[in-house]
Design a protein around this ligand. Structure first.
Ligand SMILES: Cc1cc2nc3c(=O)[nH]c(=O)nc-3n(C[C@H](O)[C@H](O)[C@H](O)COP(=O)(O)OP(=O)(O)OC[C@H]3O[C@@H](n4cnc5c(N)ncnc54)[C@H](O)[C@@H]3O)c2cc1C
Ligand SMILES: *[C@@H]1O[C@H](CO)[C@@H](O)[C@H](O)[C@H]1NC(C)=O
Length: 473
């Protein structure tokens, strides 16, 4: 999920809590656990905490030196202000409140009304687009209501997981743009595109993915208002999870060197800075993106069934950066549109938006691209961003200044999806049938949605009970 600039919260300027990093004991060589979990982002951490709550032993194996995955924070060195550069908002639903409550992390309202007023420019030229106009509030409101009604009537179960009717309705397989046009919903395109930032070219993809990204549950969340960590730093949730799980159960900075699975159990071998660790488990939970490229990083030998499914998955380019540029007024926000593209959608790859962090002289940039841009290097992406800011300067949209990068993260592969024939062929029905086979479970955004609140809801309703059940056998 990516939020339109107009609803991005104004993060309260708070002091950053001092985090106490206890010295890690050298890891035990062999960990005997009910569940070995690979990936300590949103989905893996949630499952770990809930399984532990239910009395099961777990170990989370994470590549980075902290849990949290896409929940990344840049702390402005000048003001001490934490700026969420990944996950920003959570739905105000019991499951989110319970999870934060369990971990003792204070929640606050995520102010959806604040933020700078967004202005629209074509970043490839740096200039405004003649004739571009947003729909008025009344037209937008009516289109949103109609969209909500259509989804509620036709696809009430679509928000969590990919619970699709069998056979998959034809309109879900055809492009999202056709769905929008056939129902006369053109007025929502600009809004969806800002929320759907990071999903590449959603409009050409099966309508299913557009509906998942801009779902009935997200519409409901908009009406209710979002919440996030009261400190302004969503990584607090993951710091608390790390503490609750305990050092012995969180294996950080790890490189998986071997995954063995058979009918008796699983064994994951990991290199860490403290030496080799082996997690011997009854079950394995894989919580990294299930693309072929990502799965190579854990050296897992897939079964024929897994491989046939997972090799269909494709991700897109998405990431964020913080830049400084003396010409950019940090009380303003710019959104990218296209001069000649349908609906004035921005060109990809490119930056979705530049959003000033008022009082810090820092500017947040969210960049992205399609499936074919996923291989862009950090240098290429930085050159793209710098080039856009130069265009904006040349067109007189912003003042004079050089672009410096103070933070950069690449979240790819993002929005892991499949193509239309694969959707039509019943892919998502088969996908959930891999759960539990070879003592292995799978989770993450590709199985639910690119939305933590929904991932946790699905875990609570479906995945965790399934794992608990399997441990009884
Ligand atoms: C810029 C941005 C803004 C977003 N905003 C929001 C928002 O406001 N609200 C929201 O709900 N969601 C938001 N999201 C969506 C967010 O991606 C999901 O909510 C969630 O992070 C997906 O969870 P996941 O567990 O599938 O993946 P991740 O959180 O990415 O977790 C995967 C984990 O696996 C680890 N890993 C990968 N490879 C290995 C390996 N070989 N060995 C060990 N570990 C490995 C990774 O380091 C990572 O920690 C945003 C995402 C981005 C990028
Ligand atoms: C920056 O933008 C704000 C909001 O539009 C405006 O009030 C302010 O005057 C601008 N500052 C400069 C230096 O242009």
């Amino acid at each position: 999920m990516h939020l339109p600039l107009a609803v991005l919260p104004l993060l309260a300027a708070t002091s950053v809590a001092k985090v106490h990093h206890p010295r890690r004991e050298p890891c035990a060589k062999l960990l005997d656990r009910d569940v070995c979990i690979i990936g300590g982002g949103s989905s893996g951490t949630y499952a770990a905490v809930q399984l532990a709550e239910k009395g099961h032993s777990v170990a989370v194996i994470e590549r980075q030196d902290h849990l949290g995955g896409h929940a990344v924070t840049y702390t402005d060195p000048d003001t001490g202000k934490p700026i969420n550069m990944g996950v920003i908002l959570f739905h105000d639903i019991p499951i989110v409140r319970d999870y934060f409550g369990l971990l003792g992390v204070e929640l606050g309202p995520a102010d959806a009304s604040g933020g700078a007023i967004t202005q629209y420019f074509d970043f490839t030229t740096g200039a405004a687009v003649p004739g571009f106009e947003l729909p008025d509030q009344e037209t937008l409101g009516a289109a949103l209501a109609k969209y909500g009604t259509i989804l509620q009537e036709r696809y009430p179960d679509i928000s969590l997981a990919y619970n699709l009717p069998d056979p998959v309705p034809e309109e879900l397989v055809r492009p999202y743009a056709e769905f929008i046009e056939e129902h006369g919903l053109q007025a929502i395109v600009n809004l969806v595109n800002s929320i759907a930032g990071g999903n590449g070219n959603l409009w050409e993809r099966p309508a299913l993915f557009g509906i998942k990204v801009f779902s009935p549950m997200l519409l409901a969340a908009f009406n209710k208002g979002f919440i996030n960590a009261a400190s302004g730093d969503n990584r607090d949730l993951y710091r608390a999870a790390e503490k609750r799980l305990g050092d012995d159960n969180v294996i950080l900075s790890s490189t998986v060197t071997k995954v063995e699975r058979n009918s008796k159990g699983v064994k994951v071998t990991v290199d860490t800075p403290e030496g080799k660790v082996t997690c011997k488990g009854k079950k394995l939970l894989v919580a990294i993106p299930p693309t072929t490229e990502s799965l190579k990083t854990i050296k897992i030998k897939l079964t024929e069934g897994e491989s046939r499914l997972f090799r269909q998955f494709k991700g897109v380019l998405y990431g964020s950066a913080v830049v400084t540029n003396a010409g950019f007024n940090d009380s303003t926000a710019l959104s990218n549109i296209g001069t000649d593209n349908p609906y004035n959608l921005m060109s990809l790859p490119g930056t979705y938006s530049y959003s000033g962090e008022s009082g810090t002289n820092k500017v947040r940039a969210y960049y992205g691209g399609t499936e074919s841009n996923i291989g862009l290097t950090e240098e290429e992406i930085k050159a793209l961003i710098t080039g856009e800011l130069d265009n904006l300067e040349r067109a007189g949209t912003i003042g004079e200044g050089d672009t410096e990068f103070v933070f950069f993260v690449n979240h790819s592969p993002y929005h892991v999806h499949v193509d239309s024939e694969t959707v039509a062929g019943g892919f998502y029905k088969e996908l959930y049938e891999v759960e539990g086979k070879t003592n292995t479970f799978w989770t993450g955004a590709a199985f639910v949605d690119q939305d933590s609140s929904l991932i946790w809801s699905w875990s609570e309703e479906y995945l965790v009970p399934l794992i608990v059940d399997s441990l009884k056998k």
